[in-house]
Design a protein around this ligand. Structure first.
Ligand SMILES: Nc1ncnc2c1ncn2[C@@H]1O[C@H](COP(=O)(O)OP(=O)(O)O)[C@@H](O)[C@H]1O
Ligand SMILES: [Mg+2]
Length: 258
């Protein structure tokens, strides 16, 4: 059994850069299921933080709290310096427009080509952009995800890895201030998974934006994580680099790395 004190020793990872996200003592229950039990998390402007934890431990709930899709029972959620638990609908919608998401399902529109998929939200949110500026943004983002010139293809013509890149491009074209990834490499073969992970690591510098990544995929964790937080029993039970956590004395933590 790990004593409370031992847990605290692990929670020492330092935030890199100005704090962009800070979760303080977050609690969330669904009926009798007490999922988050005092979760704390900090993400700085210059880091990709990976949250690991067993299936069903509350990782997706955590991410949903950050964009206001799930309301916590108690605790504070500071995003870009403001406590979003106090936000009304309109402010939440505005907040979400500064955050990019990539989830397991790519959710591309099958009947639209890549150009239309990429411009769909941009056209609605940025009416001030000329069509030339939109095309430039599209070309830039396709270049940045390694798929220049494919705008006239349909989603059905793309491989799984390419679809993932386009889903990523669709988030990036809005120039988010924070990226959230929920199991981004699930369902991809190991080589494609590695390429997507390398791209995610690279985008942090290219777009100067931090991210929170939820992943089971050890290769993805290793490539993308500046820091890893282990969500165990509803709290951040460990916080540190790959090297630190894989050598953790806590078997609940080091077992993730085997
Ligand atoms: N909207 C909901 N209503 C009821 N229970 C939920 C809801 N969302 C999540 N849960 C429960 O919360 C727990 C954590 O879920 P989730 O965050 O999706 O886990 P994971 O760590 O695998 O992403 C699970 O037991 C799940 O069943
Ligand atoms: Mg999940």
């Amino acid at each position: 059994m790990i004593k409370e004190q031992d847990n605290i020793k692990h929670v020492q990872g330092k935030t890199a850069g100005e704090v962009m996200v800070r979760l303080v003592d977050l609690h969330k229950s669904f009926g009798r299921n007490h999922v988050l039990r005092g979760m704390n998390l900090e993400v700085g402007a210059n880091e990709n933080v990976v949250v690991i934890g067993r299936s069903g431990c509350g990782k997706s709930v955590l991410i949903k709290c950050i964009i206001g899709l799930v309301t916590p029972d108690s605790g504070s959620i500071y995003v870009f310096g403001e406590d979003i638990t106090k936000f009304k609908r309109k402010a939440l919608i505005k907040l979400r427009s500064d955050i990019g998401f990539l989830f397991q399902s790519n959710a591309l529109y099958d009947s639209l080509n890549i150009r239309e998929n990429l411009l769909f939200t941009l056209q609605r949110r940025h009416k001030e952009l000329s069509s030339k500026e939109m095309t430039m943004r599209m070309e830039e983002v396709l270049q940045n995800v390694g798929l220049p010139g494919i705008e006239s293809l349909m989603p059905s013509e793309l491989s799984g890895g390419m679809k993932k890149r386009i889903a990523l491009a669709r988030a990036l074209i809005l120039k988010p201030k924070l990226m959230l990834y929920d199991e981004p490499t699930t369902g991809l073969d190991p080589i494609t998974s590695r390429e997507i992970s390398q791209l995610m690591a690279h985008l942090k510098d290219e777009y100067k934006m931090p991210s929170i990544i939820i992943s089971h995929d050890l290769q993805c964790v290793e490539i993308t994580a500046d820091r890893i937080v282990a969500l165990i029993d509803g709290v951040a039970a460990a916080n540190g680099t790959w090297k630190e956590l894989s050598k953790s004395a806590d078997p609940r933590v080091n077992s993730f790395f085997k």
